[in-house]
Design a protein around this ligand. Structure first.
Ligand SMILES: Cc1ncc(COP(=O)(O)O)c(C=O)c1O
Length: 352
């Protein structure tokens, strides 16, 4: 079934902003730019010119990286921006709803609320290892549900949903809702990315990012991967000129360099280190429980979170404190360098 039924009518009627990239031999008198630059631009980025409307020169590189076709990927300023774009493409303000399973990444609800969209919450629980039961999500679907967001691995719990469960969900809601699978941490998981399924499900959107495993959080680059039909719709409200010229140049040179071998090594290191830190923390008295994690972080429950908080502040160690009442005695701890992790372990061990 066509996705046109699910899209906001205003979006369907919007023209897609699309202008060919300027060629060096062109005399460019079309965009009200300054003809020259008087700034010291050592890297020769021609910053008096607008960047391309869409950063096509990096689309192919990132499409290859994620093993998809160019017409199945749209780049955004981090996957955070993608969440807003997806909600605004499909959800009618003051009418539609999204479904999430908290505790989860808080930007789904943030952008839903800021776009006047109601969030239906189906909580997951620590005593059930934070597993999502997709049948519970399906039961909650109404005529107003437009998007189901699943973070897998989930921030902050580290749990993954199996690909079979997600495919079951996609089949069950086909023609009725979009399923967004946020794979921000997929590189740290043994579960395979669902990107190979985009030709089978036009209601699947996968979010990927360069912020985590690729060590490029500062560059702000994320990707929405979906069927070309879905990409065409999302593209309509993708802001123009949103990637700055130095960012495009940096991504190009970083991803075409040999640094991807270093990325692979870093991922292997962080996965090993995650298990080492988990084993070490489990021996410490102030730690009550640590959940299995498929991300680059651990969700740790403490016997007395206030004592832990104060000791970490004194030691200048910052961890993620969580606003969910069910996680009020927990912290989300990112896996750092070996030295940083040892420092954390030592501070917590000294509390015994
Ligand atoms: C599940 C999840 N999705 C998306 C993001 C945002 O990533 P980006 O840096 O690409 O905006 C985060 C960041 O922590 C996250 O945890």
């Amino acid at each position: 079934m066509s996705l046109k039924r699910l899209v906001r009518p205003e979006i369907l009627d919007l023209p897609t902003i699309n202008v060919p990239e300027a060629l060096p031999e062109m005399i460019r008198l079309n965009a009200n730019e300054s003809p020259t630059s008087h700034w010291n631009d050592a890297l020769n980025h021609s910053l008096h010119r607008y960047p391309p409307i869409r950063p096509y020169s990096i689309v192919k590189i990132i499409a290859d990286l994620f093993e998809v076709q160019c017409d199945q990927i749209l780049l955004s300023r981090g996957s955070t921006e993608a969440i807003d774009i997806i909600i605004r493409t499909f959800c009618n303000p003051n009418k539609d709803q999204i479904i999430i399973s908290p505790p989860t990444f808080d930007m789904y609800k943030f952008f839903a609320t800021s776009n006047c969209i109601k969030t239906i919450e189906i909580p997951i629980h620590g005593d059930n290892e934070f597993n999502i039961n997709v049948k519970d999500l399906i039961k909650k679907l109404t005529d107003r549900t437009k998007i189901i967001f699943i973070s897998s691995p989930n921030n902050p719990t580290g749990t993954s949903v199996s690909n079979d469960d997600i495919k079951y969900l996609l089949d069950a809601v086909k023609g009725r809702a979009i399923v967004v699978v946020d794979e921000a941490y997929i590189e740290f998981s043994s579960t395979k990315s669902l990107t190979r399924e985009i030709n089978n499900y036009n209601n699947l959107i996968i979010l990927r990012t360069l912020s985590k495993a690729f060590s490029l959080a500062g560059i702000r680059c994320g990707a929405m991967i979906s069927s070309s039909e879905c990409s065409e719709l999302l593209k309509k409200i993708l802001p123009p000129f949103c990637f700055a010229t130095p960012v495009i140049q940096f991504i190009k040179s970083a991803l075409l360099s040999k640094d991807l071998q270093a990325t692979k090594k870093q991922i292997e290191f962080l996965i090993k280190e995650r298990e080492r830190v988990k084993n070490e923390l489990e021996k410490i008295n102030c730690v009550n429980k640590i959940w299995k994690s498929d991300g680059n972080f651990l969700l740790v429950k403490f016997r007395n979170i206030d004592t832990v908080k104060n000791s970490l502040i004194d030691a200048n160690v910052v961890v993620g404190l969580l606003k969910y009442p069910s996680l009020s005695d927990c912290a989300r701890i990112t896996i750092g360098t070996r030295d940083q992790n040892n420092e954390l372990i030592e501070v917590l061990d000294n509390l015994n």
